[in-house]
Design a protein around this ligand. Structure first.
Ligand code: ATP
Ligand code: MG
Length: 583
């Protein structure tokens, strides 16, 4: 019987198990990629409920993306059955929205308040500020405003807020700042929520920002049952306000905190783990960090390194490599290891992901994939509603209340495609928006309000369909927490990784550079069995072609862990090539 209490921790190693069994109080799980942090916290929550009599209603689990929240819910349901449905498993913004729905009156809203999209925000900002340019400045000021308990001092910002409320609207930032203001101003209200959610876990804690942190502090006593999970070396959202400092000072904020470290990487083969450790070493934030592969060094394949002439050649390399991998004739086919063992190792498109630094890099890949007939799904960490097509679909839907949600999405897309037939660019965007929105709709059942708020709160990566047999095209930021048997990491060039705007050579500071290195580390550590690093000798950015240099991050990786992969060296290689046996 898999439901027998001990069974809940059967799949954990002794360190993970100790973390899962730790009783109440603040707990910090700090560990590298692939060490089972997410797995451990899942089992910990299940164990608390099944073994320690914790009420499911008092469990709050916060994840970074809605997709991660769904995955966590699914796993908890598998472990606990219907009890999992009584827990709160959500993102920070989902949590804020929930508190606001409950406390709408205090925020000057009705229960049915809506979340304003960028178009609506811009309209209201123009009403307040007059010109478009002033409106843009106003919105920028608003988005960087601190979480003052009584709201902003600036009269224009106050006016903007009042107008939002008059329309029964909040914007994305409000979802966090309003709950912080409400709970900060009313200790009884804060206590109410503390008593409700006595057990809080936060995954990817290294990427919380100031407002999220403020909300967590209001929701947790200094000796409360908070479990923070993360890896400072994977902090990659500093550019939009996240601060790894909150992770680093957890033990000061919660003086009774216990810290657990996990060091065994279950995800990647030994070569990939070693390369990852080397890659992060120059700027690791974790003193004495340890990370080792569970598997040994006897047969993992080397990391494939490919140098292409330009970005188009780089993209067609990826398409050809996928063809070889699935056909069982990979450049690595002389190695042992799962992928090569039985021809194609059961490998399919859905096992592969292509990672890149900037969204613009995806277009070369998409055209290569279209030519080669490689099915794919593309996601970034951008807000869903940034896509005009998605916005149109979202606006159209509520007016078509008949039939199942997925049918309604299809109908809305068909209708809009017809209505905008004269605008081919918009039609293309509508088609891809339709695809993006359908997986979300399918997962929301027929709950329209849930679906609409998923659209408003969601990032593209939330619409990633883990069951689709398609190659995933992801920005490095969107790839956090995910894993794939085969990973291609593109654009390993100076200026791309680390990223620099073209024509701004040299003027980046050390902390940006470190964050870029961590992004490289996140990319490498998504791979389970096969990793390919590619670069283009010449790349066109913003219309200008430039010669490139290799990414300095590559220098940290031992040449002995890598091998060149290209047509020429593949042709030279004989089946009995001894060099490959030396691994
Ligand atoms: P990241 O930092 O990238 O988010 P993580 O530490 O959260 O990584 P998980 O995603 O929880 O790591 O686990 C990585 C992989 O290792 C998953 O496939 C997981 O199922 C597997 N794994 C974790 N612990 C064990 C274990 N004790 N036995 C077998 N497999 C494990
Ligand atoms: Mg994780």
């Amino acid at each position: 019987d898999v439901r027998r209490p001990q069974g809940l921790l059967d799949g954990l190693d002794p360190d993970q198990r100790a973390a899962a069994e730790r009783a109440g109080g603040p707990l910090l799980i700090v560990a590298g990629p692939g060490t089972g942090k997410t797995r451990t916290v899942t089992h910990r929550i299940a164990h608390l409920v099944a073994e320690r009599g914790v009420a499911p209603e008092s469990c709050l689990a916060i994840t970074f993306t809605r997709r991660a929240a769904e995955e966590l819910s699914e796993r908890l349901t598998a472990l606990l059955g219907e009890r999992a449905g009584r827990m709160t498993v959500t993102t920070f913004h989902g949590l804020g929205a929930r508190i606001l729905r409950e406390q709408h009156g205090r925020a000057g809203l009705t229960e049915r308040f809506q979340i304003a999209d960028e178009t609506r925000r811009a309209e209201i900002a123009v009403e307040v500020a007059g010109s478009d340019a002033e409106a843009r400045r106003l919105l920028a000021r608003r988005d960087s405003a601190a979480t003052a308990a009584d709201g902003p001092d600036d009269p224009a910002l106050r006016d903007f807020e009042k107008r939002l409320r008059d329309h029964d609207l909040v914007d994305f930032g409000d979802l966090l700042t309003l709950p912080v203001r409400l709970l900060g101003a009313d200790p009884d209200l804060a206590r109410h929520y503390r008593e409700r959610w006595r057990w809080i876990s936060v995954d990817e804690y290294q990427d919380v920002d100031e407002t999220q942190y403020a909300l967590l502090r209001l929701l947790t006593a200094a000796d409360g049952n908070i479990t923070a999970i993360g890896d400072p070396d994977q902090a990659i959202y500093g550019f939009r306000g996240a601060d790894v400092g909150f992770f680093l000072r957890f033990a000061e904020d919660f003086p009774s905190a216990e810290t657990v470290r996990l060091t065994r990487n279950y995800r990647s083969n030994a070569t990939i783990v070693q390369a990852a450790v080397q890659a992060i070493a120059p700027s690791s934030l974790v003193p004495g960090r340890a990370l080792r592969a569970v598997g040994d060094f006897t047969d993992p394949p080397r990391i494939g390194v490919h140098v292409a002439a330009d970005e188009r050649a780089e993209a067609s390399f990826v398409a050809r490599a996928i063809d070889r991998l699935l056909g069982g004739t990979s450049w690595h086919s002389l190695d042992s290891g799962r992928v090569a063992e039985d021809g194609h190792g059961g490998l399919s498109f859905g096992d592969i992901c292509v990672l890149y630094r900037t969204d613009a890099q995806s277009s070369a890949v998409i055209s290569a994939f279209n030519t080669a007939g490689v099915p794919f799904q593309k996601r970034s960490h951008d807000r869903l509603l940034k896509r005009p097509g998605v916005r149109l679909v979202a606006d159209e839907l509520p007016h078509h209340p008949e039939g199942p949600l997925t049918e309604r999405v299809r109908a809305a897309v068909a209708l809009l495609t017809e209505r905008h037939a004269g605008d081919p660019e918009l039609v293309t965007d509508l088609r891809s928006a339709g695809e993006l929105v359908l997986p979300l709709a399918a997962r929301c059942g027929d709950d329209l309000p849930d679906f609409l708020s998923a659209l408003a709160l969601g990032a593209e990566v939330d619409a990633l369909d883990p069951r689709a047999d398609r190659v995933a095209l992801l920005t490095l930021h969107a790839a956090k927490g995910l894993e794939y048997p085969v990973v291609f990491l593109l654009g390993c060039e100076d200026g791309m990784l680390p990223f620099r705007f073209p024509g701004t050579a040299g003027d980046r500071d050390r902390s940006d550079e470190d964050e870029e290195r961590r992004l490289f580390f996140v990319g490498i550590t998504r791979a389970q069995e096969r990793l390919y690093l590619s670069r283009a000798r010449r790349r066109t950015r913003h219309g200008t072609a430039e010669e490139t240099r290799p990414s300095p991050f590559l220098d940290a990786i031992d040449a002995g862990l890598t091998m060149p992969v290209d047509e020429e060296s593949a042709a030279r290689r004989r089946p009995k090539d001894r060099q490959l046996r030396l691994l």
